[in-house]
Design a protein around this ligand. Sequence first.
Ligand SMILES: C[S@@+](CC[C@H](N)C(=O)[O-])C[C@H]1O[C@@H](n2cnc3c(N)ncnc32)[C@H](O)[C@@H]1O
Length: 362
Amino acid sequence: MQPLMQSTPTPAPIPDISTLGQVFTPEPVVRCMLRLRQNAGRALEPSCGDGAFLTHLHNAVGIELDARQSPPGALNMDFFAYPESEKFDSVIGNPPYVRYQDISPATRALLRQDGFDGRSNLYLFFIEKCVRHLAPGGELIFITPRDFLKSTSARQLNRWLHERGTITHAIELGDARVFAGALPNCLIWRYELGNLSHNTAWARIGQGDDLAASLESPPWQYRHFSECAGHLLFCHGEYSLSLADVASVRVGAVSGLDAIYASETAGNRDFVTSSTARSGQTRRMIWCDAGAPAGGAAPPPRHPDRPAYPCLRREQLVAVGPRIPANRCAAGLRQHQDPSAKPLLPARLPPLRRRGDGRLPP
Ligand SMILES: C[S@@+](CC[C@H](N)C(=O)[O-])C[C@H]1O[C@@H](n2cnc3c(N)ncnc32)[C@H](O)[C@@H]1O
């Protein structure tokens, strides 16, 4: 007998991009990432959506928060509630890209807060937790935006990754559009826990390249995996010289009281300010070197409109900050040691002294 009405297929659920990061991985990218897999053991896809990678992996664990997407056999739960004691030889996938302020309160309550801040995107938390799920020698194979390599909110994570392993493979997708209408500048990468060779096979695929062919056979080059100030780099070589070996590198000064420390006439050193790039002008400030012994060098000439006020010292600017007396008299400034800054300071600073001729050390 003919059914009275033809059954219509259930429409695919509308993806939630902003709060769940539901951007699904195209098959050529999935295949490229599966080819990077080197370990044969237990595997995890931590945000499996409808199972892009899971369908290719035998007996892998898949986790998906959204019941509408979760494929049969996957755990329908929040990945951040999954016990860290579960270890895997391979973790693979495409973690959700969600701005911190858009992460649901329920997920946010489960996130580790140390090392991250209110600018940290959800995919950074996925990277960190996935590495914690790796067995010794385990591999993490992800496609993510490449911005974590240089992002301030990932500095602690990046140092931690570099200390514990190597990004053994990195494919920069630059302006190649792998996801329809979304997210340029992606990186496909494989990280191996415990591999401290810091040798990386690196490739770049651009908009002009045949994407499918390049993903099939990336144009690999050798790179050295380096970390500098929390930024991750794929360098042409291992450099024994740092920038500080060939140039004078200083922390910028923030006085908080330019009326006292900035002076065209009494200042002894030029500082770059927020407007220098635009105007080309630096600001003349009064400065003495951190930790310099009192009276070691001739003080800058005293200027009639400035009493004997202290020089600017880097420790105070960075970690301590001068206390301004109620009468705002510069001569009355006293060193103030903030308890929260104590661990940053080896010892109490010597009393403030006016010192220094403004020349860079030889
Ligand atoms: C970028 S999609 C990737 C889906 C699939 N792995 C793929 O590559 O096509 C990210 C998936 O993570 C899921 N997700 C978001 N937050 C999650 C969480 N806290 N725990 C588990 N899954 C989550 C989303 O629902 C979405 O399906």
